[in-house]
Ligand binder design. Structure first.
Ligand code: AHG
Ligand code: MN
Ligand code: MN
Ligand code: MN
Length: 334
């Protein structure tokens, strides 16, 4: 079968008037950076990329060597293209404007350079997540505040999962599409157009070790899932948890399911584990464009007005009917 390359796909989107040349170039550059990260991930111990970097990030996490390297690859690749005004990352406390030596464009790029850090050293799938926003009119050197736009303002979002194969999943606001990296040719090739997440599911993804810290509606929802056929849901549910959001979301885009990282009482200062701007928002956009839903349990994720670059939110996403059911437990409780 002859596959369409990402380059051709993007050019055809441009010809159809759905994106402009700058956004096309931006996505091409991000995809190229993901190819470099994929190569580094694939070398594993032979590339000397495993283990801790010995440094920490702004959210108090110990950085892995690959967290730092992936951030550098994305920063370097995106600095000089002329399509961006600024960048922000999980691994950098503040947004960075494009250096003065390069032309500045109209877009803002946010990324989680390496998602699923705890899986690097055990050779389990990891990924990169990214989100593209417009730079507000008249702003030439964007700061953190210019990135604080709701997810509904995203013009593009995607992730790349570095698994047995490397797959880039992308939305430009007209459906969600998957591109598999042809390692010999070095190109991403369209392998799934217009992904549709099944509306119903019998599979959930959650870190059950946090159960005792959850709030009552969350306890009630999962108790009903675990009750299986005999319980109020009337069916048996299966559970999966990779602990790389990209891999868990990729499974859901493939065969449905619900992914949950709820609020918990472990650290009340943190409303959830996942970060709104470069984890929850891009994934919510991708999932909605594939016919799924994404909420905080109480509100559509894409409607959340951000207050901080690294702010956290509870996340419920995946098969539409199941996300609605989980959200209903929360609304009924309030
Ligand atoms: P990151 O590696 O970018 O910091 O993100 C890790 C996130 C996400 O990928 C995953 O779903 C979750 O953390 C795993 O959390 P647990 O360690 O609680 O399982
Ligand atoms: Mn991290
Ligand atoms: Mn992450
Ligand atoms: Mn990360």
């Amino acid at each position: 079968m002859k596959h369409v390359s990402l380059t051709r796909f993007l050019l055809e989107e441009q010809r159809a008037g759905r994106i402009n040349a700058d956004l096309r170039l931006l996505i091409e550059v991000v995809a190229r950076a993901c190819k470099s990260i994929s190569i580094a991930v694939g070398k594993g111990a032979l590339g000397g990329v495993l283990g801790d970097a010995g440094t920490g990030n702004v959210q108090g996490e110990a950085q892995k060597k690959l967290d730092v390297l992936s951030n550098e690859i994305l920063m370097e690749a995106n600095a000089w293209g002329g399509h961006l005004a600024g960048l922000a990352s999980e691994e950098m406390e503040h947004a960075q404007p494009i250096p003065d030596v390069y032309p500045r464009g109209n877009y803002l790029l946010l990324f989680d350079p390496l998602d699923g850090s705890s899986n690097i050293d055990v050779n389990v799938s990891v990924g990169t997540i990214f989100s593209v926003l417009r730079c507000p009119e008249g702003v030439t050197a964007p700061g953190d505040e210019h990135f604080l736009q709701p997810g509904s303002a995203q013009v593009a979002a995607g992730y790349t999962v570095y698994g047995p194969s490397t797959v880039l999943v992308l939305t430009l606001g007209h459906g969600t599409h998957a591109f598999t990296l042809d390692r010999e040719v070095g190109s991403f090739m369209l392998t799934r157009r217009d992904i549709a997440i099944p509306e119903e599911t019998k599979e959930f993804a959650i870190n059950m070790s946090n159960q005792r810290h959850w709030e009552p509606p969350m306890q009630a929802y999962v108790a009903d899932l675990l009750a299986g056929k005999e319980g109020p849901r009337g069916k048996d549910f299966n559970m999966r948890w990779v602990a790389s959001m990209v891999a868990d979301v990729h499974r859901i885009l493939t065969r449905g399911g619900i992914f949950i990282y709820p609020w918990d009482r472990k650290d009340p200062s943190k409303p959830g584990r996942l970060r709104l701007m470069y984890e929850a928002n891009p994934m919510a956009f991708i999932v909605e464009q594939a016919g799924g839903a994404a909420t905080t349990g109480r509100q559509r994720i894409l409607d959340v007005q951000p207050t901080g670059l690294h702010q956290r939110v509870p996340v419920f996403l995946g098969s539409k009917r199941e996300v609605e059911t989980a959200s209903r437990y929360h609304r009924d409780h309030d």
